[in-house]
Design a protein around this ligand. Sequence first.
Ligand SMILES: Cc1ncc(COP(=O)(O)O)c(C=O)c1O
Length: 461
Amino acid sequence: MGKSADEKQIKFVLDESEIPQAWYNIQADMPKLPGPPLNPATGKPITPDLLAAIFPPALIEQEVSQERWIPIPEPVLDVYRLWRPSPLYRARGLERALDTPAHIYYKYEGVSPAGSHKPNTAVPQAYYNKVAGIRRLTTETGAGQWGSALALASRQFGLECRVYMVKVSYEQKPYRRLMMQTWGAEVIPSPSDRTQAGRAILAKDPNSPGSLGVAISEAVEEAASRKDTNYTLGSVLNHVLLHQTVIGQEAKKQMELAGEYPDVVIACVGGGSNFGGLVFPFLADKFAGRPLRAIAVEPSSCPTLTKGKLTYDLADVAGLTPMLEMFTLGHDFMPPAIHAGGLRYHGDSPLISRLVADGLVEARAVDQLPTFEAAVTFARSEGIIPAPESAHAIRAAIDEALAAKEEQKERVILFNLSGHGHFDLAAYEAYFAGRLENYSYPEEKVEESLARLAAQFPASR
Ligand SMILES: Cc1ncc(COP(=O)(O)O)c(C=O)c1O
């Protein structure tokens, strides 16, 4: 006997008219807020003028706002319409492959033109800068996901965009660079001779491969030194996570269409923006008493939430940014060469750090090999080839589904598939060729780095 349409339905889609009209600000509902950003020079809370050199007023307001709902401007909604609402899928193929009684759902953000969730914030950031009279934007990018999102968004609002791309990625990842160039961005290998920070590194080592920390310093320095130019960041800050909450708001409506509510919501964490985006709107229900587990998944090679310390640390390596209260491995953390390039940040969003510290969010670290195994299982059962970052969430979702099987209990699992992996196939190749290894970042290295931090900045003790 054939199954009814309901029993077979895979995609839960919303009409364009159902794109959320406001972002959800979790600061209105969190039991406890993170401490304020500090000026590294004085150890005192920063004043808005420090941020005004690199951010427009609307984003500075959003950073500190405690309004529950922040309306999404019409021109931003008009660009969101290009790919939002994104689909929610019931992972029936994966459920069959695992033979689990769990119901698995995923929200798919890879449908954006850049292939990930990153444009959800790149678009409003470009918009607010345009409104503030800014003509040019700078940013840094490692693997290229964030840079390509900003290149796309800048073009939509007629802004010039300069992306400092870590030199080794610039040379090894030509396709992400070409995406940015296709959208009209200027992509500069970092370290470069355009900034003091870059020239200082090149003087020491003309062949420096670059790092995210140096690229941030170059982008911030350029923005701070030019009136017509501002800086943008793809994760970590409150306003970035705020913009991503369109994901979770849509997902709540789509779960309603499916007639279910998740027992557990899962997302990977680099700086925390796709996690905040999916999970914060569900946490609003948890704060109101509804049972829900939320799991933040990170790589064992960059175990910020599971092995780091909650303290004040710099957001960049050069010390040009305010200090944030967050779980950190120390800002001089040297990331090992793992393939989930977007999860290599030394810190985490202060909001997520606080929620983990208060026991409202669980944190879990997963190894690289089981993560790629999960990615391949997913690609073979669901069709979509996931970004290696997103595969961390898949690993945790599979483990939850296998636990449900063990207990012979139904469990409704929802995770964020934050992007596709079409430009990450070299990592898949390395996995198939047996060239990837598991690597756990050693506890002693965290201790050493945090001791250096405490000596440098008493506020972090
Ligand atoms: C596809 C994808 N997912 C997740 C991340 C991690 O970032 P965040 O924690 O800000 O979502 C990145 C970062 O570049 C990414 O490209």
